[in-house]
Design a protein around this ligand. Structure first.
Ligand SMILES: NC(=O)c1ccc[n+]([C@@H]2O[C@H](COP(=O)([O-])OP(=O)(O)OC[C@H]3O[C@@H](n4cnc5c(N)ncnc54)[C@H](O)[C@@H]3O)[C@@H](O)[C@H]2O)c1
Length: 401
């Protein structure tokens, strides 16, 4: 089988790495600069080594392209494009739409179309299939399936091979071919009864995380007001061998998934007349965490940050990745600047962000740790300012949540 993967970002390139061990893969992306970089053997994703990309290019197993017609000879087309929110925080399927257009206009023989992008239940059946058909000159009976991606970039213990994969086809034939495809590089396949169940399961997994993170963030504020350590309390609760799962507080949630996916679930719920108040509130609690942290920093510093130099350590949304999408650091920096602080940030994994560069880890009046990469030295953080506030629980002896 020849495979086309639309979108060569975190999900698409990770899938490319595994699939190209068994199949010929064409990686299609609308970003020409990225395609040039990939065809030069350079990976932009943590966990996917450039040497692997180079090896697959040299054996002819992989080719990156921004030419839509290059996908036409494939047997399987996988969609792995972003599914963000609009400015008014509604599901935005514009990238899915353009991927469907690419397929509709270029794939003229029947293929299996698999969607790996996260979206609300009904997307495959009611949006992807009709949109591809709308863009096709002749109606082609493609097979359609969903297999939501569960990759956690930067993670080493779970990957495409050992993470069970959910899937469902719109027809039994689509399910069968989907199983065939993934079974080459994935140990455990879990077929569910409909695409809608698979789509909903993916959203619920991330909503589970979002809600529990919000709960622990609220609890961190309660623990502080009671004068007890949130970390010690969580460790104590975690000694219960059943019925408890430990989440840790933070400056908020970031990345492309946790802050976004629950809103897809809430939107579709409300469209069907089912309230999603819990999901909406969890999102608010997580967003408000940055304000709470800055309030604590202000209180500890004489109620005023005017003119003070504040260094934010870590602007990636989580440790050991360069991904800054939806990072909580953005709101922390905004609120610090609203209080008159002169803010710079240190993050050598990210390097550059929003036209600013990583500053040295030294010489500040105040340091606020938002994300701590393993490469960041704890002693240097503590020496970087006379007052250090840590939101990660990793910088012992600093002030913190
Ligand atoms: N990043 C994660 O950890 C993760 C995990 C599970 C699921 N997901 C989901 O997977 C999907 C993709 O996320 P991602 O993190 O890989 O995004 P990404 O931004 O890293 O990559 C998406 C790529 O798609 C390209 N693209 C956009 N529209 C295109 C089009 N019409 N044709 C060709 N290329 C196009 C972009 O240029 C980009 O390179 C999203 O729905 C996301 O929610 C992401």
């Amino acid at each position: 089988m020849k495979i086309a993967i639309i979108g060569q970002g975190y999900v698409g390139l990770t899938l490319t790495a595994f699939a190209s061990e068994h199949f010929d893969v064409v990686g299609f992306d609308s970003n020409g600069t990225l395609i040039h970089q990939l065809n030069s053997g350079i990976s932009h994703i943590e966990g996917i080594n450039s040497s692997l990309i180079s090896e697959r290019l040299s054996t002819g197993r992989y080719r990156a392209t921004s030419k839509p017609s290059d996908i036409k000879d494939c047997n399987v087309v996988v969609i792995a494009v972003p599914t963000p929110l609009t400015k008014d925080r509604k599901p935005d399927l514009k990238f899915i739409d353009s991927a469907c257009q690419t397929i509709g206009q270029n794939v003229t023989n029947p293929v299996l179309v698999i969607n790996e992008s996260t979206s609300f239940p009904g997307t495959l059946r009611n949006y992807i299939k009709p949109t591809i058909e709308k863009y096709s000159a002749n109606r082609i009976n493609h097979l359609y399936a969903i297999s939501p991606e569960r990759v956690d970039p930067g993670r080493t213990d779970f990957n495409q091979k050992n993470t069970p994969r959910l899937f469902s086809g719109l027809t039994p034939e689509a399910s069968l071919m989907t199983r065939d495809f993934y079974s080459k590089f994935c140990d455990t396949l879990v077929e569910v009864s409909s695409p809608e169940v698979a789509e909903a399961a993916k959203l619920f997994e991330n909503t589970f995380r979002q809600v529990n993170i919000a709960l622990v963030n609220e609890f961190a504020q309660i623990a502080h007001s009671l004068g007890i350590s949130v970390y010690e309390t969580l460790d104590a609760a975690n000694t219960k061998p059943y019925g408890f799962m430990k989440f840790t507080p933070s400056a908020g949630v970031g990345g492309h998934c946790i802050p976004v996916d629950p809103t897809y679930l809430a939107a579709v719920a409300e469209e069907h007349g089912a309230p999603a108040t819990f999901i909406r509130r969890a999102n608010e609690v997580n967003l408000e965490m940055s304000k709470y942290i800055v309030r604590r920093v202000v209180e500890d510093n004489g109620g005023n940050l005017q003119g003070k130099s504040v260094l934010v350590v870590g602007v990636a949304y989580k440790p050991n990745v360069a991904d800054v999408r939806e990072t909580a650091a953005e709101l922390v920096i905004k609120h610090l600047r609203d209080h008159g602080a002169v803010v710079s940030w240190h993050d050598d994994v990210v390097g550059g962000w929003k036209g600013e560069s990583s500053a040295p880890l030294q010489g500040a009046d105040i340091t606020v740790v938002v994300t701590k990469h393993d490469s960041v030295d704890e002693k240097k953080v503590l020496a970087s300012a006379p007052y250090v506030f840590d939101t990660t629980g990793k910088v012992k002896s600093a002030k913190g949540l």
